[in-house]
Write a protein that binds this ligand. Structure first.
Ligand code: GLU
Length: 379
């Protein structure tokens, strides 16, 4: 797929990494807020809609609190985010005000988004903001989300926001010009311009490359490295949306993408687009795993069937009814993500059994399928 299609984008999710706004030396890239607002305001003036997913709450909070480094403890980090989120908002609010644009803040948690009703609610809010010409400014609600209920990084969050907002392009602004086949600072390494599909091999290449070339993986200012970006891009692609990961330190980066220029790494949209609801299921954090036998794998992958108890050989995790689970084949590969109609204890009791046995074994039934095909997404 050429980059020409990117010219047609009308609604864009722009994700900005912490390193672009609040670098590790404890400073703030004051001008960058203005530059981003200038560029986004230009797009809005041309009839495009932009949703901004910005990191930087913790980074800015650390600075406001006068700390010398990011705190290690979670409550201290959450406190820093509480302080920094206000600073982040205020800076963007001021920058956009120069263009007579309002920003509207939405703080999301994974737990909130995993609830279908709240997800739909957030979607309506987002659409209402866009309809009023407001620039939505989104971050994870770091101050309240406990570690296991967090989205984890804003890369993934931005891919979820693609679905929430019905965007047709995801732009990730970071501090390298996309993915490289070696270390980005190494003169011998080349930029990978086009990624038709995010493969396992590619994720491994990315694994060893921190998003910030000067930083060690995991020790960087931001939380998501290049792998997180590619995983997010893969999730966006499943929604039929392309992603461009690009160096956001240069002015006009988004405009160049929209002109179809060869910049950054372009992850192509998948030709098989999931519905919004299926995409939502694919984006949920699994709370357990169901290991399937070969017959079940074939039934769901080749024949589009529901997952019945008879095909389940092993159950892992403590999940409740309606929770997302991995469906794993014999080789250990996750082939599908699904919402389980039974909780872990119930599946443990009915696994390997024919459906008429569900009621005698449990004393009730919640339907024949452990995961109905409408609640199951092939990956
Ligand atoms: N939400 C965090 C923040 O604003 C950052 C998460 C991320 O960088 O992925 O500081």
């Amino acid at each position: 797929m050429s980059r020409d299609g990117l010219r047609r984008a009308r609604r864009i999710v722009v994700k900005v990494g912490t390193s672009l706004l609040a670098p590790r030396d404890g400073g703030v890239h004051v001008r960058r807020f203005a530059e981003l607002a200038d560029e986004i305001a230009g797009l809005v003036a041309n009839g495009l809609q932009v949703v901004l997913v910005s990191s930087g709450a913790v980074g800015l909070g650390v600075r406001r609190l006068g700390l010398t480094e990011r705190p290690a403890s979670i409550p201290a980090k959450q406190a820093a985010a509480a302080v920094g989120q206000i600073d982040l908002c205020r800076r963007f609010e001021r920058a956009f005000a120069r263009h007579d644009l309002l920003v509207g803040q939405i703080l999301l948690t994974h737990q909130g988004l995993a609830d279908r009703e709240r997800f739909l609610n957030a979607r309506q809010t987002l659409h209402a903001l866009l309809a009023s010409g407001v620039v939505p400014l989104i971050n994870e609600n770091d101050s309240v989300a406990t570690e296991e209920l967090r989205v984890g990084d804003n890369d993934l969050l931005s891919a979820m926001v693609v679905n929430l907002s019905g965007a047709d392009l995801l732009v990730m602004l970071t501090d390298t010009d996309g993915l490289f086949d070696g270390h980005p600072n190494d003169p011998g390494s080349r930029r990978i311009a086009e990624v038709p599909q995010v493969t396992r091999a590619l994720l491994e290449v990315a694994d060893s490359r921190p998003a910030d070339p000067a930083a060690q993986p995991g020790a960087a200012v931001g939380t998501g490295g290049m792998r997180a970006k590619l995983e997010a891009a893969r999730l966006a692609s499943r929604y039929g949306v392309p992603t461009v990961i690009v160096d956001g330190a240069h002015r006009g980066a988004i405009g160049r993408i929209l002109h179809g220029e060869d910049t950054g790494t372009h992850v192509h949209a998948s030709s098989r687009q999931l519905s919004s609801r299926k995409h939502w299921i694919a984006s949920l954090k699994p709370r357990g795993s169901l290991h399937l036998d070969e017959g079940a794998v074939r039934a769901i992958t080749e024949r589009g069937r529901s997952l019945l108890p008879i095909g389940i050989v092993e159950v892992e995790g403590q999940f409740g009814r309606g929770d997302p689970v991995r469906c794993v084949a014999g080789d250990g590969e996750e082939i599908a993500r699904a919402l389980s109609a039974y909780d872990a204890r119930e599946v443990e009791l009915i696994k390997g059994q024919r459906t008429p046995r569900i009621e005698p074994l449990l004393g009730y039934t919640n339907g024949d399928a452990v995961a109905h095909r409408d609640d199951l997404v092939l990956l």
